[in-house]
Each structure stands twice: as structure tokens, then as C-alpha cells.
Design a protein around this ligand. Structure first.
Ligand code: NAD
Length: 329
């Protein structure tokens, strides 16, 4: 019998890629989102264009048996969105409602297996003050002290999923994503993250010119290519391991280092202009011991391979935007 999957957040970056992957595997897929994917047609068999803050929409989405439910819908964005402080109420309210509604709808329909995308942002700020030594093990989440309300909501929702597991026997799977990037992600709408933002800046700059980098650029992170994220998520979904588990790369890089890598991919030499901006924690890296131990898997490709696939896509977006602009003037 054809397997059925529900992808909440199917109009978003990771969700739209996940739909494609599940279709390749032969699933019948229903997507739900406030919006359709921005950069390509959805491949979902059925797409509910609806608001999961509304419990009626959540119940409509889960109106039949699903083998796999992926809950990726959230009000989220990059540092410029999460750390400005201006979106905290919306982020917490919207994402908490989505999780409450989707879990309740799955429970009502006796849908047992649900994957939840949590985030590296749940880790305490106090363990991420050093740019050089910040590998985050899953069991260091408590005592909790995330540095953003986005992180607090994710932590609350992790607990919500675990409570539904304990009290109702739901087979929840919780992953903590660490900075996922790739083609067809936000690149210029204020929700883009560092790899996309830097690819855009490099693509728009003339060789020998300048690009702006927020802060001193010595803050560190790791970045995981979208296909690796999907592989890790699906493996966890089909395993007996509830998590929470990190799904991230442990190839830590400074933001200056990331920009330099993109410049090499682009074949451009540019100067950095360091400007004030929202920064988040000083350092963050994924610790992959647990995922390796429990799923026998870790990301397979270095950061640069993902950038080699992402940079050309962003270059094309920049060119299309420029053509549209000049057609208008
Ligand atoms: P995204 O913003 O591209 O996708 C989220 C989708 O949720 C969007 O399409 C949005 O329209 C949808 N959504 C928001 N509110 C909704 C509502 N009320 N009803 C229905 N749909 C709604 O983000 P993404 O990068 O694809 O992230 C997917 C998930 O992974 C999110 O939960 C995010 O918090 C988590 N995550 C992502 C990253 C990353 O680096 N991309 C890192 C950590 C965690």
C-alpha cells in the first residue's frame, strides 16, 4: 500500500525539499502551509493553503491516517528576524499554537509518529560564549537559558512533544537543526541566514569591492546542507530513537571564514566591512556523537560542497531580480 506523509510547513525551505524527497520515495504527500513554495511548484499530491494556528485547519490536515507526519511549520527567520526583539511575541505565540494544534490533531486521529524540528537555539547562552569551544551535546540543554524567545518556544515545544509521548504513547521524534542552508531558501527577504546573506552580498559585489559583515566576523557557527538535513531527519523518523538529537555539521567556521569560502567559490576577492548588527551567541557547533551512536550516521560532505551548489542558485536569483528591476525602470 502507498505510504502517506503529512508535511506541515511544506511551503517553506526545508518542507518543500522534504516533499520532493518523499515523492521520490513513492509517498503520497499532503503539504500544509500559509503559502506555497516561493521558488518552485510544490510536488505535494495535496496542498492545504491554511493557517495551523487554527485548530480546525490542523484537524482538516490530519483527517486521515498518515505513516509519517513532519511538523516543520514555525514563525522563524535568520538573526535579523529572531534577535531584533521585534518579533518575539509573534514568534512565540504563532509557533506554540501551531505545535499545540498539530499535536492535538494527531492525537485525536491516533496518528502515532510525528517528527518535530527543534533548533540549536534551545541551548543555553552561557555555554556559547567562547568562539572556539562550543560543541553542544544534547544533554547540556538544561539548566535552560536560550538567548532568544524563538529558542524558548522550541524548548517548550520539545517538552510538549515529550509529554504527548509519555502520556499518550505518541512516537515523537525530536531533532535540533543547526543552520540548514541550500538552494530555494530565503535569500533577500529579511529571513535569510548567514550562508544565503553572504552568498547574496558576494554575488552582488564587483570583484575587488566590499561586503558588509555583522560584528567582527569572528563569531562561529556550523552549517548543514539541505540534503544532509533531510537524510538525517528521515533516518531518525524511521528509527526507534526519539531524541532530542542534533542534526548539524560539526565543521565549525567563523563568519569571516564562511565569507572567504564563498568568495573562493565565486572566484572573487572582496574586502570585509564590519558593521553593527544582530549577532546571537558567540560560538556554536553541533556535537554529532549521539546521532552517530544512535543512528550510525553523520553528515557526509564538507561545507564547501554545499556552498558550491547554493552560490550559483543565489547568483541566478540576484540576476533575475536585477533584470526585473531594470524592466521596471
Ligand atoms: P521556513 O520559514 O522556510 O518554513 C517554515 C514554514 O512554516 C513557512 O513556509 C511558513 O509559511 C510556515 N508557517 C508559518 N506559520 C504558519 C502557520 N500559522 N500555518 C501554516 N504554516 C505556517 O523555515 P525552514 O528553514 O524551512 O525551517 C523549518 C523548520 O525547521 C522550522 O520549524 C524551523 O524553526 C526549524 N529550524 C530550521 C533551521 C534552519 O536553519 N533552517 C534551524 C533550526 C530549526
Amino acid at each position: 500500500m502507498t505510504k502517506r506523509a503529512l508535511v506541515c510547513g511544506a511551503g517553506g525551505f526545508i518542507g518543500s525539499h522534504l516533499v520532493k524527497r518523499l515523492k521520490k520515495e513513492g509517498f503520497w504527500v499532503r503539504g500544509v502551509d500559509l503559502k506555497y513554495p516561493k521558488f518552485s511548484e510544490t510536488e505535494a499530491d495535496d496542498f492545504i493553503n491554511g493557517d495551523l494556528r487554527d485548530p480546525v485547519v490542523a484537524r482538516e490536515a490530519v483527517d486521515c491516517r498518515f505513516d509519517e507526519v513532519y511538523q516543520l511549520a514555525a514563525d522563524m527567520g535568520g538573526a535579523g528576524y529572531i534577535f531584533s526583539g521585534e518579533n518575539d511575541a509573534a514568534v512565540m505565540h504563532n509557533s506554540a499554537l501551531i505545535n499545540l494544534n498539530v499535536l492535538e490533531a494527531c492525537h485525536r486521529r491516533n496518528t502515532r509518529r510525528i517528527f518535530y524540528s527543534s533548533s540549536a537555539c534551545i541551548y543555553p547562552e552561557y555555554s556559547q560564549r567562547d568562539a572556539s569551544n562550543v560543541s553542544l551535546k544534547e544533554d547540556t540543554a538544561y539548566p535552560a537559558a536560550p538567548d532568544s524567545d524563538y529558542g524558548w518556544e522550541k524548548l517548550f515545544s520539545e517538552r510538549l512533544y515529550m509529554a504527548f509521548h509519555r502520556n499518550y504513547g505518541m512516537e515523537v521524534r525530536i531533532a535540533r537543526y543547526h543552520n540548514i542552508f541550500g538552494p530555494e531558501g530565503a535569500w533577500n527577504d529579511g529571513k535569510e541566514k548567514a550562508p544565503a546573506a553572504l552568498c547574496r552580498k558576494v554575488a552582488m559585489a564587483d570583484d575587488g569591492g566590499n561586503i558588509e559583515i555583522w560584528g567582527d566576523g569572528n563569531q562561529t557557527r556550523s552549517f548543514l546542507y539541505i540534503n544532509e538535513c533531510l537524510e538525517g531527519s528521515i533516518r531518525q523518523m524511521r528509527s526507534d530513537f526519539m531524541g532530542p538529537v542534533n542534526i548539524g555539521s560539526d565543521e565549525m567556521v567563523s563568519i569571516n571564514g564562511l565569507a572567504a569560502m564563498i568568495m573562493r567559490v565565486a572566484g572573487k576577492k572582496l574586502n570585509f566591512n564590519h558593521v553593527p548588527g544582530p549577532l546571537g551567541v558567540r560560538g556554536r557547533n553541533s556535537d554529532n556523537e549521539l546521532i552517530e551512536q544512535r543512528l550510525g550516521w553523520r553528515p557526509t560532505e564538507p561545507l564547501v560542497r554545499g556552498l558550491e551548489k547554493t552560490y550559483p542558485w543565489i547568483c541566478t536569483q540576484v540576476q533575475i531580480a536585477a533584470q526585473r528591476q531594470s524592466a521596471r525602470t
